[in-house]
Ligand binder design. Structure first.
Ligand code: FES
Ligand code: FES
Length: 151
């Protein structure tokens, strides 16, 4: 089926099977590989994108559903050469080890800061509850989100 997706502010026309997930379209059709495949079942957060204003699992969203939403991927967080404050804070706090979970963490945190610019630690933990990190860098991630929120 032919669809027009709005991703990172740009329009992308694709021709995909009816049940194609947004994740597969992002990675395989559009080359936006910052969004990661983890579990494929909505349980790890590696594939999160912002759909309208919410962080959602792109492995569970069909491309057809996504065509009715504004999608932001991790590639859409920076403004040209200028990193998003969260991206800077993740670097400054060394909030990653292998980095596999990082784009999903950034997406959840960006959705949080867009609706609450001064979240407390409970709100940060709640916003990141759907993002798993096999390297266990949760403490550094939380520090990075606090740093970005105070910048
Ligand atoms: S790959 Fe989508 S939540 Fe794990
Ligand atoms: S930094 Fe390795 S999975 Fe999170």
């Amino acid at each position: 089926m032919k669809l027009a997706l709005t991703i990172n502010g740009g329009r992308h026309e694709v021709d995909v099977p009816p049940n194609a997930t947004l994740l597969s379209v992002l990675r395989d059709d559009l080359g936006l590989t910052g969004t990661r495949y983890g579990c494929g079942r909505g349980q790890c957060g590696a594939c999160f994108v912002i759909a309208d204003s919410r962080a959602v699992a792109s492995c569970l969203l069909t491309a057809d559903q996504a065509a009715r939403m504004q999608i932001t991927t991790v590639e859409g967080l920076a403004r040209g050469e200028e990193l998003h404050p969260l991206q800077r804070a993740f670097v400054e706090e060394d909030a990653m080890q292998c980095g596999y979970c990082t784009s999903g963490m950034l997406i959840s945190a960006a959705a949080l800061l867009a609706r609450d610019s001064e979240p407390d630690e409970v709100a940060i933990r709640d916003a990141l509850a759907g993002n798993l990190c096999r390297c266990g860098v949760y403490g550094r991630v939380i520090r990075a989100v606090k740093r970005a929120a105070s910048s």
